[in-house]
Each structure stands twice: as C-alpha cells, then as structure tokens.
Design a protein around this ligand. Structure first.
Ligand code: GLN
Length: 477
C-alpha cells in the first residue's frame, strides 16, 4: 500500500472509523516500503518490531476510548543520524556500521508519545556531510522523481521516502541546507526550524552551533504538525529554547497585506528553469495579496566560505570521539595504540569526513585561528545582521532553495567546490539560525521538482507556515 495519498488526518480518520487498525496499517506500510526500497536505497534499516509495538499502543488507546495522540498510527522514517534505542544508527558511516544506541533522541520520544510509528532509518551522507547523499558508506539514494539523479543531501533518504510514498512523514537534520535542498530536489515540504526550537539531544553532532532536526512531509500542514510535536524546551539540550510553541497548524490562508522580500543577491545567476518557477511563485504570492519588494542581503557572497570554516571547525572537534576506543569500528590491523587510532579512523571515515576533519583542524590551529575561525565568526554576525535588518522591512523572505534542480548521480563527485557552492542559498539561513523551509513550486520543463524557500524571523515559524500553506493551496487548486 503506497502511503502517497495519506496524511496525518486521513490516517486518524481511518483509525477512528475502524476502517483499519494501526497494526494492520503499519504491517501494510512496512511491506510496501520494504518491497519498494530497492528502487531508491532510501531506507537503511527497517524497525518492524518497534513499529508494531507503537501501533499496538495506538490500537489499545483507541479501544479504551482514549485520544491516540496527534500523530496516531502515522508511519514515520528517521534520518540515520538521530539515535534510536535498540535500532542501529549508522550516520551513513562505516565507523558506526554496527552501532546500536542505548537511548532515544528527545524528538523520537516525543513522536512516539504522540502515537507516531517509526518504520525505520534513512540513508544520508556520512555524518550529514554532503549535498547529494553520495557520501553515504551504504551507497547513494536515487531520486524518486528521476532515478538517475540524486535526491539531494544530506537528508536524501528522508526526502526520498516521503516522495516515494514509503513514509508519510520523516525527520531530517539540517546544518547548512540538508533538509531544504533534498526537499526541493524530491518535491516535498521540508522545514528547518529556528535554531533551538527542537532539542538536539540524540542528534549526532556535526556542527553543533548549526545543527537542527526538522520535518519532511507531503503537505505544509503535516510538516507543521510534526514540528509541533517535537518543538519546545528540553532539559537535556541546554540550547533548546524556552519560547512557547504556538499552534502551527492554525493556518488562515490569508496573506493580504503581508510584506515579502526578494533578496537581489539570490536571483542573479539562477538557472532559468529554476528561476522561472520561482518567479511564477512570486507572482502567485502577489495575487494572494502580498506586497513584494526587493531587499538586499549584502554579505551573501561570503556565506559559503564562512560556513565551511565554522562547520568544519566544529566537525573536527565533534568527530574526535570516533577513535576506535569506544563504540566505533576498530581496526584489526594495528599493533600499537597510536596506530589503532590512525587506522581505525582511516578505515572508518570516508573521504569527505577526512577532508573536513583536516580542514577544521587547520582553521582551529595556532596561528590560523584568528585569521580563519575568528574572522568567519565575525562574518556570521554580519550575515545574521543582514537578516535582522531585512526583517525590519518585510515579514518574510522568498528565495530559491538551490541554483539548479537535482543533478545526475556522479555529476559533481569529483568537484567538491562545485558541490559546496550548490548550498549557496540555504547556508545563509542556517548561519543566522532563522526558520526556513522549502515548499514545492512545480517542476522544470524536464520534469524535475523545484522548491521555493521561505524564511522568517527567529521563532516566527508561524508566518513561514502561513505563506507556505497559502501558496501550496493556491498552486495546487
Ligand atoms: N551540504 C552541506 C554540507 O555539506 C550541508 C549539510 C547539512 O546541512 N548537514 O555541509
């Protein structure tokens, strides 16, 4: 049974009307996902036992007449960088190929408390480093919209399962664009909430000051609902925010009088097939009553360089724990302790992780720290200020997600710099820590999905969802 036609509401209605039980629905969803998975390689692990236990709990609540929860019986896939107790969590790396975590991430606990059913874990770039899912130690993922193309990355598997109809919702992680870019490549909605909105407890650290957990869904409303369940203060993550969580799904659809900014810096040099879709979306927002004006984010040209200094610096510190001593793969070819460290890392990490650990160690080293790392932090401050100034004039910003649609598997693998540049429009929002999402805005003449990016002020996910949902409603009618 494909899940493509299902939403949170349709599943809830089916359960309450006794059209199916959560256990039946889960069994069918699992069977379909397992049968379809070889086409895309989007799931790395299925968790049938865990899924059926969660479904059983939902059925028991319904039998007792209790509320089965906001995500009752909904099949959800989880990016393999988010830890799940008793279910293998590899981070797309040989280093953790056999790692079974002893605890659950806070986001996972909240989802299951709300009746969500976790079907399994999804493929991703190794430790979330990449833009195409080709850096996974377990093979690339194919884009369901065009099987010879990448699904984007690093949360490629999570975007693909929703597009493929093998999950209704999924979780990704975003450090520099890893939710929005694959969402745009696969034609689904993907949300990066404000930094601190969702607890990072149990999210394997890549660059801690930039890491976010966020939802993928087929509809804006479902993405808002999944965020609602996960959001809010968590004692276990000191950076999680105390800010109250509004009812994200209360979407009026009315955009009249809303001020929308178009950053000029994001529209120069855009491939025409992507640009045409974005401009059509902007026209539609005007028809919905928005006032669209040009704005400037003048420090945009420095964002990619700034990100690759800060992200690699933090990654080099975070990845130091994978040394072969504790829970990782250990080389069996070593004769001394230092050889064991070296060979375990050499055999366990892929090329991109090694490249970033070296780059990050370099920018943090004595003599280069001020020239690179401290400078990059200052630039990050300027980029954040650009957004703050823009939001004095407008309520939301619209932009492309990626300069081009999904590229062919293998096309950019030998050119890391061109791969890094593909994140040019997503990295700025990540550096500023503001909420941003990708909402599908049609396909190119060649049939490849394009995403419209919507960015708003810190903790104003509500305005972002409002624009996205009104656009979605207007464009699908
Ligand atoms: N593509 C970017 C990178 O390679 C972003 C990754 C991410 O957001 N996790 O770092």
């Amino acid at each position: 049974m494909s899940l493509a036609g299902h939403t949170i509401d349709s599943i809830r209605a089916g359960l309450l009307a006794k059209k199916f039980s959560a256990q039946e629905f889960t069994r069918q969803a699992l069977a379909h996902a397992e049968a379809e998975n070889p086409k895309t390689n989007a799931y790395l692990t299925f968790a049938p036992e865990r899924a059926l236990n969660a479904a059983r709990a939902v059925d028991a609540k319904i039998a007792k007449g209790e509320d089965p929860g906001a995500l009752a019986g909904v099949p959800i896939a989880v990016k393999d960088v988010i830890v799940t107790r008793g279910v293998k969590t590899t981070c797309g790396s040989k280093m953790l190929a056999n790692y079974v975590p002893p605890y659950d991430a806070t986001a996972i606990i909240r989802i299951e408390e709300a009746g969500g059913v976790i079907l399994g874990k999804t493929n991703c770039d190794e430790f979330a480093m990449g833009s195409s899912n080709e850096n996974s130690a377990f093979g690339p993922v194919r884009n369901p919209a065009a099987l010879d193309r990448v699904p984007g990355g690093s949360s490629g598997g999570s975007a693909a399962v929703v597009a493929q109809g093998t999950a209704v919702l999924s979780l990704g992680s975003d450090t520099g664009g890893s939710i929005r870019q694959p969402a745009s490549f696969c034609g689904v909605a993907g949300v990066t909430p404000t930094y601190g909105r969702v607890s990072r407890y149990g999210l394997t650290a890549f660059a801690s000051s930039l890491d976010h957990i966020g939802p993928f869904a087929r509809t804006v409303r479902d993405s808002a609902r999944l965020l609602q369940v996960m959001a809010g203060r968590d004692e276990k993550d000191a950076t999680s925010a105390f800010a109250p969580v509004p009812d994200y799904a209360a979407l009026s659809g009315d955009l009249r009088g809303m001020k929308i900014g178009m950053p000029r810096e994001y529209f120069d040099g855009l491939a025409s097939d992507t640009g045409d879709r974005i401009m059509a979306a902007v026209d539609m927002l005007k028809n919905l009553g928005c006032e669209v004006r040009d704005i400037h984010l003048p420090h945009t040209p420095y964002a990619v360089a700034c990100y690759y200094i800060i992200a690699t610096a933090e990654a080099s510190a975070n990845l130091a724990r994978y040394d072969g001593v504790r829970y990782t793969t250990r080389s069996s070819n070593a004769h001394t302790l230092s050889e064991m460290y070296r060979l375990s890392r050499d055999e366990g990490f892929g090329d991109e992780c090694k490249r970033r650990i070296m780059l990050g160690t370099y920018v943090l080293s004595h003599g280069y720290y001020d020239a690179y790392y401290v400078k990059a932090q200052k630039v990050r401050g300027l980029i954040t200020r650009d957004f703050a100034q823009a939001f004095e004039q407008v309520d939301a910003i619209v932009a492309p997600v990626s300069p081009f649609p999904a590229f062919r598997i293998g096309e950019k693998m030998n050119d890391p710099v061109s791969m890094y540049l593909s994140d040019i429009y997503t990295i700025t929002g990540s550096l500023a820590g503001i909420p941003c999402m990708s909402v599908p805005c049609g396909v190119t003449p060649g049939g490849l999905p394009v995403g419209l990016q919507i960015l708003t002020k810190h903790f104003n996910e509500m305005a972002m969802f409002r624009v996205a949902e009104a656009y979605e409603r207007a464009s699908t009618n």
